[in-house]
Unconditional design. Sequence first.
Length: 706
Amino acid sequence: MGELTPTIQWHTAAFKIDFVQNEKGVLCVRHIIPASSKTAPLPNPSEIPVINVRLVGEGNSHLNKTSKSQIGGYVSERLKYDSHKISKDGSTETLEIQSKDIVTGISVTLRLTVYGSLPVVRSVATVTNESSKKLVVTQLSSLTIGGLTPKSKTWYDDYTLLTATNTWFREAQWREQTLPELGIDENGIRKLPEHQVSSQANFAIGNLGSFSTGTYLPMGMLKSRDDTDVWLWQVENNGSWKWEIGDNKDSVYMSASGPTGIDHGWKKVLQPNESFTSVPVALTRVSGGIEQAFAALNDYRRQIRRPHEDMEKLPIVFNDYMNCLMGDPDEKKIEALLDPVARSGAEYFVIDAGWYADDSNWWDDVGLWEPSQKRFPSGFKVLLDKIRAKGLIPGLWVEPEVVGVRSVVAERLPRDAFFQEKGERIVEKGRYQLDYRHPATIEWMNEVMHNLIVNFGAGFFKFDYNIEVMQGTDVDGQSSGVAALEHGRAYLAWVRSLLDKYPGLVIESCSSGAQRMDYAMLSVHSIQSTSDQQHPSLYAAISAVLPTAVTPEQSGTWAYPQGEWSDEINALTVVNSMLGRVYLSGRLDHLSEDQLSLIMEGMDVYKEIRGDLKDSHGVWPLGLPRWHDDWLALGLKTKTNGTYLAVWRRGGPTEKDIPLKSLGAGAESEATLLYPTRFETESTWDGSDLNLKLPNTTCARLFHVV
């Protein structure tokens, strides 16, 4: 494409972003350079359109990508630049670019937003049918960027890709791969005719279904081998999504979107003058390493989420489920826990699954959400009043998106209030899936919530979700993929309405642990359940990496001490939660006084430090943790009070040097042990490394480095 005069120069406090038109008049990103960087490499010139859209009846162009790719469609190559405008709202700045295709009569508006000097750009696209006939859209990418890697003879070997698997009990586990390992490599394409600008190779990850993060986090990172150039992105949808990278003219592109027709059965019918807006995608580029990239993304996450005092105060939540009552609560069991929970320093007491059922066979009977009189013979409200009398705010577990096949609610609501396939309600693991686009669903769940909040006094809800539905309903002549996306958006609108109606109410997002740990959900919910992992030393590998996926102040991590565990293991499970949100559980009523005092010590320390965590950034002195690492380390670098450093030893040598230069620590710094203080810990600070010698057992320590 050569050196063309930029059509748009959008230079903000965050980025210098230039756009050029290719020879067809289609807009492409020339470069995205952090405004604060003087070293970011210039990209390889790219001809890939920044907007990628597909319609039924339109195919692929000559780019040599197949239809499974997000780039290369005919419509995208005809979307000529039309106009743009820039608007400001305080420090927030938005660029709107409009492009049009005269053949089909569609227009697409790309909206890019930056927040002050934060090096993150948020992108959404809106397609409008300006023709006189209906059109069917099968893809609308939120952002496509070419030329991510600079011109080089070894472009395929200069950068690596990081992705994160996110399976049940094993969340947020990052892996790094070379581009050749992914099939993106030098392959002789340059020896072919000039119009062959890319191969058919690409690498894509995504999600199909309602567990938005049931296999992967909706994130990716492309970084240079020397860490001086880092691209990091996330897709924000609580359902299906996809992103891909591939080669184009000896460089790498990235394209990200929500559901597509090919991958997710998404086919959106647009009547004349109708529009559709894609899911948001956020992209950051930094020149200071992966920690700077994750820090920028977390600060961006803090910008886009719904404000809530829960994320400011970080109260301690006790929940009776994990390694405790495990879905089998009753009046006596709860009352036995009240005193030790109150003494521990918790501020909420959440009764988890089972409170609505007379026996343990409740899985396929949920949906009525009325308390069991058999489990609580003295009255459920009486028990919740006792919880409040202990200075604790009562909370409840609810699965608001499902109705069991045996529930009376399954016959009370109309059939089209549920997901359907060919006229039959979809059944998944003994449950029906509610459709939040239907007014009867909203009316019913508003009635349920009013009863639990106003009549019973619940101030906290753990909204769980334990089935995975692949598609939405397929009635009304629309595709099931469209229905799934619309339901996901309607569900979040309902949650927002609850928070608006009941000020102070706290709603946790849970989905078989963290199977929906995405920032569509987390822009609304103030706290995220991070795993259902029941083994404390395995949980450590999740805890140590969570600031890559969720802000610390939203990161609800279990601490579940047991009377039969050693003091070191009980202390470790507390450390697991201390650099996030303490989500306390375990049989506190079975602990000895000495054991309970160990837990109380941890809660006291947490209350001292939690005010520093709400704007902190993660650092990893030993690198991003891996599942079986013997030693793990996570630091949270605060704005004004140094760094809180958690270190876990799960095996290997008893002595380890923890390099702390990345924390800004120097010769005058000190590393003070905060918790636990009663056990053997030998530490030496030499001005750059913290040398630790810990007992020859599984254990963890929390330090303050200042």
